[in-house]
Design a binder for this molecule. Structure first.
Ligand SMILES: Nc1nc2c(ncn2[C@@H]2O[C@H](COP(=O)(O)OP(=O)(O)OP(=O)(O)O)[C@@H](O)[C@H]2O)c(=O)[nH]1
Ligand SMILES: [Mg+2]
Length: 424
């Protein structure tokens, strides 16, 4: 795990009609021939991703999409696939050119604005025409950041890079990370996890690695032990740890062993706060008590690997819920990118995995869609905590009075009017 995983990179999508120069802009921004460019409309057929470091933003992934006008063969499929990219985009660069600007771009911009995704318009090919008044006026009236570019002469490319950096959501730059607002220098955080059949061979899971790094960033210490060793190590410590973070499967056992004054949480809770909206997931967990025979529950797994052994999503949770609810609930599963965005109303509750493989924007999109369709949503770990009567305890460390909150939507820097009128 030497490269930054994609789920932790800022996702920057380049969208617009066919042939406006999206792939050329990607190549200019990354200074590489990452995507194929040609004079024929419809060259890019599937999203192309290019990862890079964008200083000082850090690790990013640029996503070049297929042109979204529905002309040409299989137009609608292409449009659908490109619009799906919005679900995990942190920033969108809408690309246009003087000769093709029109209703399509305005509609696309409105869709992006509705989703609260930071947006920049690149008016490309200005080496061919810089009669941009009409476009600039509309963008200024709607307070949208824009820049004139030429992917050929490279005019405006460094300005576009800067606008991307300025538009990045604040949370990306926060060094709070997973628990930075809870730990102080020299605190001890104890991680407890089973090295069970689901643990990756020869390494730790991504959230475990992230937690170790986050504690080191804050001059705290993070130790990891197996749950079988918890009693022994607790008895050896002069002072109890500041917080114990465990995998949800061992929550009940761990809660029994640690002192009541020690903060206790699970990776599921930490991820729900870091990636999505913990409060919404807590409300969702409280809906578990309202489930009754005949209700449908969607289990959403972000990983696509086949279930292993007593898989938590396919085996453990359905058994637990049916047992506790005392009824016959129907469970349906979805995995990977295949989330039932348009079809959530059929479910009483969505139970999501910890989502360590999804980026934050995608989990927020899923949460918002569930809310729009008035369907409760929670995650695996909060469900387990709820049924163990430990929900209040595991969210206690993150009560607003105990920590700072991170807004995913506020921009990193407050832009001035001069950057709205960039390169006018
Ligand atoms: N003059 C000029 N030509 C450009 C510019 N940017 C791109 N082009 C040309 O426009 C054509 C289309 O460029 P692409 O980058 O393939 O466009 P695209 O938007 O990715 O197109 P699709 O993948 O088909 O949607 C190519 O011939 C490019 O060389 C520019 O800034 N100025
Ligand atoms: Mg292209």
């Amino acid at each position: 795990m030497q490269n930054t995983p994609k789920s932790l990179r800022t996702h920057i999508a380049i969208m617009g009609k066919r042939n406006v120069g999206k792939s050329s802009l990607l190549n200019a921004l990354t200074r590489q021939q990452a995507a194929i460019v040609s004079e024929f409309p419809g060259t890019t057929t599937d999203p192309v991703e290019k990862t890079m470091e964008l200083f000082p933003l850090g690790p990013v992934v640029f996503i070049d999409t297929a042109g979204i006008d529905d002309k040409g063969e299989i137009g609608h499929l292409r449009v659908d696939r490109s619009l799906r990219v919005l679900k995990h985009s942190d920033i969108v660069i809408v690309t246009t050119e003087v000769s093709s600007w029109g209703k399509y771009e305005k509609d696309l911009i409105n869709i992006i604005k509705k989703r609260n995704i930071p947006l920049i318009v690149a008016i490309n090919k200005i080496d061919l025409s810089d009669k941009t008044n009409n476009i600039s006026q509309w963008l200024e009236k709607n307070a949208i950041y824009y820049i004139k570019t030429s992917a050929i002469s490279k005019k405006g490319i460094s300005g576009l890079r800067q606008l991307v950096i300025d538009s990045a959501p604040a949370g990306r730059f926060s060094n709070i990370g997973l628990v930075g607002d809870i730990v102080s220098p020299r605190d001890l955080i104890l991680m407890v996890g089973p090295l069970d059949i689901e643990a990756p061979v020869g390494r730790l899971k991504l959230p475990q690695v992230q937690l170790i790094r986050n504690c080191l960033d804050h001059n705290a210490c993070c130790l990891m032990i197996k749950e079988t060793e918890l009693g022994y190590f607790l008895s050896q410590l002069t002072n109890p740890p500041k917080m114990v973070v465990c995998e949800s499967q061992v929550l009940a056992k761990v809660a029994d062993k640690i002192p009541t004054g020690t903060l206790l949480t699970t990776f599921s809770v930490i991820l729900a706060r870091f990636k999505g909206e913990l409060e919404i997931f807590i409300d969702g967990a409280k809906q578990l008590k309202n489930l009754k025979t005949g209700d449908k529950v969607l289990i959403a797994e972000a990983c696509t690997h086949p279930p292993v052994g007593e898989d938590i999503g396919t085996v453990v949770l359905p058994q637990l819920i049916n047992e506790r609810v005392g009824g016959k609930i129907t469970f349906e599963m979805c995995s990977g990118k295949d989330f039932r965005y348009s079809d959530l109303k059929r479910y009483k509750l969505v139970i999501h995995c910890g989502a360590c493989m999804l980026n934050r924007q995608e989990l927020i999109s899923r949460t918002k869609t569930a809310q729009e369709q008035k369907v409760a949503i929670t995650n695996y770990g909060l469900t387990i905590a709820y049924f163990n009567n430990l929900l209040d305890r595991v969210v206690q460390p993150f009560k607003k009075t105990n920590c700072q909150t991170i807004s995913p939507f506020s921009p990193r820097t407050q832009k001035t009017d001069s950057s709205i009128l960039a390169n006018k």
